[in-house]
Design a protein around this ligand. Structure first.
Ligand code: HEC
Ligand code: HEC
Ligand code: HEC
Ligand code: HEC
Ligand code: HEC
Ligand code: HEC
Length: 197
């Protein structure tokens, strides 16, 4: 009965963003209509779902968390501006106390580095290891690959010294993302394959 109170309050706006809070029963959806039905036409997703790292809401079949099934003012029927949709659930990705933020994060280009659905790389990354950083930092890629003396930690990974999104550490230079904060280091100690089970 509760929907009778909720729906008039939020009206079509809530429907159009496929509000996370309302359960699918309240929309009288057929079983699977939020996810399985989508896969029946978008068959390429059946393959994607078999990749080792499937984004949690995708794995749960909640396509409508991010896509409006009917129409949208945003490309790809997104429920929200492409630069903001991830922040609906990952608002804390840039800690409030961050002193420097990576420009691609500021610009909301999450999907330049992450596949929103699934990937063969951990954290749904579009590319693995330094290849991801090299895809934009071409100058550094050339100098690293062409140099006689490689710095070991660079070979180990850019993330040895830089944080991917933001850094809360003291700003030793004008460089965003350096050095990594203590919390970034802690986070990396967490097994990365949370979503592989
Ligand atoms: C009856 C078949 C069918 C079903 C069911 C269906 N779609 Fe689609 N969808 C299409 C077709 C056809 C297109 C347009 C062709 C294209 O662009 O790939 C499309 C396009 C899209 C696009 C835009 C693709 C682009 O590249 O711009 C998105 C996003 C999308 N659908 C998501 C969904 C979601 C989410 C669901 C489940 C709520 C769903 N679809 C269910 C047939 C379907
Ligand atoms: C976490 C948010 C999120 C969820 C959940 C999600 N998508 Fe998407 N989807 C996106 C974003 C963002 C894009 C645009 C990607 C881009 O522009 O590169 C997209 C793009 C698409 C496209 C266009 C083709 C492509 O791959 O770029 C289709 C089709 C699609 N999604 C279908 C689905 C289906 C089906 C599901 C459920 C199985 C789903 N999506 C779940 C965020 C999501
Ligand atoms: C509807 C809520 C929702 C939206 C929107 C959403 N995510 Fe997530 N995401 C989750 C949940 C839930 C998890 C798993 C729990 C956790 O570890 O935070 C997760 C986990 C992740 C992870 C860690 C790897 C994984 O799959 O567990 C990455 C990376 C990620 N999301 C990126 C994105 C990006 C990029 C976007 C925008 C395209 C996005 N998310 C939008 C809910 C969401
Ligand atoms: C420049 C590439 C890049 C961009 C842009 C980017 N990420 Fe990430 N993200 C990464 C990398 C690399 C990791 C793995 C970090 C690690 O191993 O320490 C990661 C990890 C994550 C994780 C899982 C670990 C955690 O911190 O919770 C989430 C969630 C996530 N990103 C969400 C986002 C969202 C949301 C955006 C957009 C606001 C975004 N990312 C933009 C590269 C990027
Ligand atoms: C989608 C493109 C993109 C990817 C991928 C990317 N970056 Fe960046 N990065 C930028 C942009 C744009 C800037 C802003 C400065 C510029 O134009 O070079 C920047 C700036 C930086 C800076 C500060 C530079 C300065 O002069 O202020 C660091 C450090 C950095 N990136 C590290 C990384 C690391 C580490 C990775 C891999 C995890 C990475 N970037 C992946 C686009 C990207
Ligand atoms: C050993 C630690 C370390 C590693 C590993 C490392 N960096 Fe840096 N990086 C730094 C420091 C320190 C600075 C700041 C230099 C300064 O202040 O002039 C910096 C600056 C940068 C800048 C801005 C200045 C410039 O040269 O454009 C970018 C972009 C950058 N790093 C990207 C990367 C990428 C991509 C990788 C992986 C290939 C990487 N870094 C690996 C320590 C590191």
């Amino acid at each position: 009965m509760r929907h009778k109170i909720v729906l008039p309050l939020f009206g079509l706006a809530a429907l159009s963003v496929a509000s996370l809070a309302l359960s699918q029963d309240q929309f009288r959806l057929k079983p699977g209509a939020k996810g399985k039905v989508c896969l029946s036409c978008h068959t390429e997703f059946q393959e994607k779902m078999k990749l080792p790292f499937v984004h949690t809401p995708v794995k749960a079949g909640n396509c409508a968390d991010c896509h409006n099934p009917h129409t949208s003012d945003h490309e790809k029927f997104l429920a929200e501006d492409a630069g903001k949709i991830c922040l609906k659930c990952h608002g804390g990705i840039v800690p409030g106390k961050a002193k420097s933020v990576h420009k691609s994060v500021v610009e909301g280009n999450c999907v330049k580095c992450h596949d929103p659905h699934a990937s063969k790389y951990r954290n749904n990354l579009a590319l693995d290891g330094n290849a991801l950083c090299f895809s934009c930092h071409k100058g550094i890629a050339e100098s690293v690959k062409g140099s006689k003396f490689g710095h070991k930690p660079v070979e180990k990974g850019c993330l040895t010294c830089h944080a991917a999104h933001a850094s809360a550490g003291p700003r030793t230079s004008s460089r965003p993302g350096f050095p990594p904060s203590a919390s970034d280091v802690t986070r990396r100690a967490v097994p990365p394959s949370r979503n592989s089970t």
